[in-house]
Design a protein around this ligand. Structure first.
Ligand SMILES: Cc1cc2nc3c(=O)[nH]c(=O)nc-3n(C[C@H](O)[C@H](O)[C@H](O)COP(=O)(O)OP(=O)(O)OC[C@H]3O[C@@H](n4cnc5c(N)ncnc54)[C@H](O)[C@@H]3O)c2cc1C
Length: 646
């Protein structure tokens, strides 16, 4: 296998279908067969919802469709921690991706039922809970909610107000919403279908607050009526995901037996004493949240599928739709022949590939870390940082790309029968739930700075000086498997300096590394100088914090792309991936050209020439545009866009 550098244009013409197939195999990498099996098992008939359905019809349709998916075996891959293997963990992620090829309300309802309700039982409960509740949750015999968010607190989960107080005389917990702001809201399955909920609140034992814990609370009786002390409401019509019944839940001193507490990380024993293997309450809180990381990975993965669906539609349309006569012929030009159209769609395709390779690595990492016999806090933190960062990149990208695709299809793109408006509406909120994107980026930056401190903090003063001199440019960037090749390429390019070619992968890796290293270094310096207790001083760095998080994630994504190409056999697919990677890298650099100029990392001439280079790669890739979207693996017959049938 040859080493990654980048020849600019593919020399060998290949049949488009063959190229598409080869690209799917390369793009899906180690999970290709599993994904193909998922697609083969997916009951595709009636997979898209009629947009004319009203709220209650949409909810009924979604529940019915979820039943069909469960009958086909979907949702069954969530397993209790004690049974988790890398295989089961990975399968649960691929299942969600597969469901996301269809209606997104169904995907999110499955996410709530299987991933969140089932996932909380599996991840926060003990074997007794698993035996008693998990099978019913996965089979839909008991429909459930994941009740974390409250009116008063969404992103700030540690400040939830719901109380879970232990009554030692009765041996029961009392679940209560003390204020209006402590009512749970936006909760999936709460408005109509949920019979039980995993409820998050402050555990109080013997008058002492023990921090946020999770307890199972029944909500409705067999006839669907709220149980005593439970008040349920309906959030009503939403901006999308109409098939999911989001609602509110408030508790008025609702009593549940002691064994309903999901107490893997903290429990109350028969004598009414609080016991936990994790002493530090802060660490306990983050360990509990860490056990729920799968949801975040799924949302990023689902958003990626939505973007691929939209791009698959828009590219196929742009290939057949013509506008304006070509000056040298009687024919009209297909939209895709216009540079402006290529600039809309091809960089987005390149980014979709880049994010897909990174998501593959995240999936692997989740499989390994979440099934490991011994808990490795460092690996867990790396997983959580990657999951948060890719959730943000995937969902931000999906929202932007779907809107671009909608506009790229003109008026047709705005017709519901062509799916793009539905996709846009349904994917929108992916930027908010499972962690608001801005808040998640702060988490990513925190993870990056913690690594930075680990590397530098361990060195004495002399060691620090020596290390600075020795490791210029790479000190803060810790690379593992996927990043090693990129690191090597960057090192070579650094020696060549500004003379490196635009399509030299080493130059890309070097520039991405510079953007990250410089911004992390300067942020760490500012943080050290600031008074951490001063809101104003810390707040003044927020834009810098977000820049660091994005710079870090862009570099991680490029590393994954480079490693993904390296794993692809030589041939047309590999050559095409090289070009896509160049396009991804150049557009990322172009979007931060101001930063590179201001920090003397790129000359004026080079920054100006970026645009020309990007145009050239777009022109080179244009003839293969349909094969590129075939490479996403979305079956054409599942796209459901009426304009493509005409
Ligand atoms: C359709 C839908 C379904 C949902 N399903 C569920 C569910 O099933 N279960 C559940 O528990 N929850 C659910 N949620 C809730 C969801 O997880 C929260 O909406 C989300 O966590 C954000 O919380 P919030 O709405 O309170 O926003 P806020 O936290 O109030 O954020 C609002 C804005 O303020 C910004 N912001 C907040 N804090 C900071 C800060 N420190 N620095 C800078 N900016 C900040 C954010 O970036 C955001 O732009 C759902 C939400 C929706 C819309």
């Amino acid at each position: 296998m040859s080493t990654v550098t980048t020849a600019r244009v593919s020399e060998t013409p290949v049949a488009e279908a063959d190229l598409g197939l080869a690209l799917v195999a390369a793009f899906e990498g180690a999970h290709h067969e599993r994904r193909m099996a998922g697609r083969a098992a997916f009951p595709a008939e009636g997979m898209l919802r009629d947009p004319l359905l009203g709220l209650s019809e949409a909810r009924a349709w979604t529940l019915h469709r979820l039943d069909e998916l469960v009958a086909a075996g979907f949702g069954q891959s969530i397993v209790a921690v004690e049974q988790a293997t890398a295989d089961t963990q990975i399968q649960s992620l691929i299942d969600f991706e597969t469901i996301a090829y269809g209606d997104l309300s169904v995907a999110i309802k499955s996410g709530v039922q299987h991933g969140l309700f089932g996932g909380a039982i599996a991840g926060l409960g003990t074997p007794a809970h698993h035996q008693r509740f998990l099978a019913d949750a996965l089979s839909l015999r008991v429909l459930g909610c994941f009740a974390m968010t409250e009116r008063g607190h969404g992103s700030d989960v540690a400040s939830l107000e719901t109380t879970i107080s232990y009554d030692p005389d009765a041996g029961e917990f009392v679940v209560h919403s003390p204020h209006e702001s402590s009512a749970k809201t936006y909760i999936g399955n709460a408005a109509a279908h949920g019979q039980m909920a995993t409820v998050f609140g402050q555990l109080v034992v013997d008058g002492v607050e023990r921090g946020v814990h999770c307890i199972l609370v029944p909500l409705r009786d067999a006839d669907g009526n709220p149980l005593p002390g439970v008040t349920l409401g309906d959030n009503g019509h939403k901006g999308g995901l109409l098939g999911v019944d989001n609602g509110t839940i408030a508790f008025d001193h609702v009593r549940v037996p002691r064994d309903m507490l999901l107490d893997r990380f903290g429990s109350v024993d028969a004598q009414g004493r609080y016991v936990s293997s994790i002493e530090n309450p802060n660490r306990r809180f983050f360990t509990m949240l860490g056990a729920l990381v799968r949801g975040r990975i799924c949302i990023g993965g689902g958003a990626a599928i939505s973007a691929r669906r939209a791009l698959s539609i828009a590219v196929r349309y742009a290939e057949r739709r013509t506008q304006f006569r070509h000056p040298n012929s009687d024919d009209e030009s297909p939209l895709l022949d216009y540079l402006a159209h290529q600039r809309k769609l091809l960089p987005a395709i390149a980014r979709a590939y880049a994010l897909g390779f990174a998501q593959n690595e995240l999936i692997d990492s989740y499989g390994t870390v979440s099934s490991a016999a011994d808990h490795d806090p460092r690996a867990q933190r790396a997983l959580e940082t990657l999951a948060a960062g890719l959730k943000v990149l995937n969902t931000d990208f999906a929202n932007a790309a779907i809107q671009t695709c909608r506009e790229a299809c003109g008026g047709a793109g705005y017709m519901s029968e062509n799916q793009l408006t539905q996709l846009r509406a349904d994917t929108d909120v992916f930027a908010t739930f499972e962690g608001d994107n801005t808040v998640l980026l702060q988490l990513v930056a925190k993870g990056v700075l913690t690594d930075y401190r680990d590397v530098w903090g361990g060195l004495g003063r002399l060691g620090l000086v020596q290390a600075s001199a020795r490791m210029v440019g790479s000190a803060v960037i810790e690379r593992t498997g996927a990043g090693l090749l990129a690191e090597r390429l960057a090192g070579t390019a650094r020696r060549k300096g500004d003379s490196a070619a635009f399509y030299d992968r080493g130059w890309h890796a070097w520039m991405f590394e510079e953007r990250e290293r410089h911004s992390v270094d300067s942020l760490a310096r500012r943080m050290r100088a600031a008074d951490r207790d001063s809101f104003e001083q810390v707040n003044a760095m927020q834009d810098h914090v977000l820049f660091v998080a994005r710079a870090h994630m862009e570099r991680v994504v490029l590393d994954s792309f480079i490693a993904g190409i390296e794993a692809c056999p030589d041939g047309a697919a590999r050559q095409t991936l090289e070009e896509l990677c160049t396009l991804f890298a150049l557009t990322s650099l172009e979007s931060d050209a101001g930063w590179f100029l201001a920090h003397n990392r790129m000359s004026d001439t080079r920054a100006k020439a970026l645009r020309r280079q990007i145009n050239q790669v777009c022109a080179d890739l244009r003839p293969r545009a349909v094969a590129l979207v075939e490479g996403f693996g979305v079956p054409a017959e599942w796209l459901g866009a009426a304009m493509l049938d005409a």
